[in-house]
Write a protein that binds this ligand. Structure first.
Ligand code: NAD
Length: 499
């Protein structure tokens, strides 16, 4: 069995803690590797190396740092197939979806090539008599990120690309479920020209995370994962005086108005609900048709589409719609929630509970499920299922549909399907959710905008990527300067004002 490593100081380093986690092939259920779980001492060593390497990297001019990112983008294209295969093998998603995972990260790396422009400061000439004032953005120092299993390429890149071009060192603690691609990315970054110690990968679990949260040299923590862990990391990181941004779970509603193109809405729901086996924070997990007639028409269109979905391993070609979920525990949890839906009175219109794939009986495959008549008190509505399960909540009016999405504790993404511009505009204006689609089911903003939810889907203020990332990974310093040839009038004892 393969034993994975950490990536510290420019080399693959074996774990020394004696603790490991199993890495599965979700399609077969076999353990294919084990990943070391770092101790606090191993984390501390990575932090020391990062701290020693960072000042020289910060002194490299921004254009040269951007050139390293250009080369990294080139290497991602070169190794795309290799990266996608490694990603699918550990995560289970299809190869085209795995490539999408890499490409959505790559796009943020491309955006970060604009570092020289983004890091330009502000300057006020003659802010006072003989006085100039200028602001500059400086790197934080040693930064760190903790990432989830569901986008093992994209989310690490969303963090380390802006961190690095801003002149920071970055320590990545990826998910222990699929750590191979993050390790490959760190090697590629060095091949692209980043000095040793600037991007390191420390594998681990809570012990490594806590060590990062408590280490006084680590200046910032980025986190993406489930809401309870996001809340914990935000609290502990902030209490330790760090800059912290945490992105949590989701329950994304799609409102379907009576005037929507029902075929378009059904296609959108099937892709957004079941793609990646529903393991996306921007998956649509709740359909809200407005009016019983709309609901009946929608369900009629959904059922045949869902029954036709092809579920299989990534190795069986491009016509597979989605693969297995990540672990046996994830599969159990999904099936338990499905059972709770049945027990609590929802109507299971498409029942995937008996799904089994010949030759892959031990894989973590879950059949597609569709619920109708779901109500807000049910567990399948309140909890994030993170599986191929779509719940339909019937609303009798637009206001009721809007209220459902507004009242849910999560606020990551949402969508409305309608042909009516007024309704769409009203929805976009009033909804208390961070990312909104109008006839677009997965409204993930592109790299040059920012990504982030509201409510319990986020802890912190600045969003991921786009201009916010340059703010998150730098701090502002403002200099007020007067040269000796200026006015010499002796000491001033009241607060200076520019008259
Ligand atoms: P998770 O919260 O279980 O794990 C995320 C990271 O936290 C991993 O690196 C893990 O090792 C670490 N971790 C787990 N338990 C910990 C603990 N007790 N203390 C400290 N660290 C701990 O999440 P996951 O299952 O890997 O990912 C799925 C979740 O991520 C879903 O809730 C999904 O909605 C969310 N997600 C959110 C976004 C977003 O941008 N809002 C994006 C992707 C995924």
């Amino acid at each position: 069995m393969q034993e994975l490593s950490h990536y510290i100081d420019g080399a693959q380093v074996a774990g020394t803690s004696g603790r490991f986690a199993d890495v599965f092939n979700p399609a077969t259920g076999e353990v294919q590797a084990r990943v070391p779980l770092a101790s606090a001492d191993e984390v501390a060593r990575a932090v020391d190396i990062a701290a020693a390497a960072q000042p020289a990297w910060a002194a490299v001019n921004p254009q040269r740092r951007a050139r390293v990112m250009m080369q990294f983008v080139h290497l991602l294209h070169r190794d795309m197939d290799k990266l996608a295969e490694a990603l699918s093998r550990e995560h289970g998603k299809t190869l085209p979806d795995a490539k999408g995972d890499v490409i959505r990260g790559l796009e943020v790396c491309e955006y970060c090539i604009a570092a020289p422009q983004m890091l330009k400061g502000e300057f006020t000439d003659s802010a006072g008599p003989g006085i100039d004032m200028y602001s500059m953005r400086q790197p934080l120092g040693v930064t760190a990120g903790i990432t989830p299993f569901n986008f093992p390429a994209m989310i690490p890149m969303w963090m380390f690309a802006p961190a690095l071009v801003c002149g920071n060192a970055f320590i990545l603690k990826p998910s222990e479920r699929d750590p191979s691609v993050p390790l490959m990315l760190a090697e590629l970054m060095e091949e692209a020209g980043a000095p040793k110690g600037i991007l390191q990968v420390v594998n681990g679990d809570k012990e490594a995370v806590d060590a990062l949260l408590d280490h006084p040299v680590v200046q910032s923590i980025g986190f993406v994962g489930s809401t309870p862990i996001a809340e914990y990391i935000y609290g502990r990181g902030c209490a330790n005086g760090k800059r912290v941004q945490c992105f949590g779970g989701a329950k994304n509603h799609m409102i379907v108005m009576p005037d929507a193109d029902m075929d378009q809405a059904a296609d959108a729901l099937v892709g957004a609900g079941y793609g990646a086996a529903g393991e996306r924070c921007m998956a649509i997990s709740v359909a809200v048709p407005v009016g019983d007639d709309t609901a009946d028409r929608l369900i009629e269109k959904l059922v045949p589409r869902i029954e036709k979905l092809k579920v299989g391993p990534y190795t069986s070609g491009d016509d597979v719609d989605y693969g297995p979920v990540v672990t046996a525990a994830a599969k159990d949890n999904i099936l338990k929630l499905v059972q709770s839906g049945v027990d609590q009175g929802a109507k299971l219109v498409v029942d995937g509970r008996d799904f089994s794939l010949q030759g892959y009986e031990d894989g973590f495959f879950v059949g597609a499920h569709l619920f109708d008549n779901v109500t807000p008190d049910m567990d399948i509505y309140r909890k994030e299922i993170f599986g191929p399960v779509l719940s339909t909540v019937r609303a009798q009016s637009y206001e009721e549909a809007l209220g459902l999405a507004m009242d849910h504790e999560y606020g990551n993404g949402t969508a409305i399907f309608t042909r009516d511009g007024d309704t769409a505009r009203d929805f976009a204006q009033r909804i208390n959710i961070g990312m909104v689609g109008v006839n677009v089911p997965i409204p993930v903003p592109l790299a040059y905008h920012t990504f982030g939810g509201w409510k319990k889907s986020v802890f912190g203020d600045l969003n991921q990527h786009g201009p916010d990332a340059f703010k998150f990974y730098t701090r502002t310093k403002t200099v007020t300067a007067r040269w000796p040839s200026g006015i010499k009038e002796g000491g001033e004892f009241s607060i200076p004002v520019m008259e």
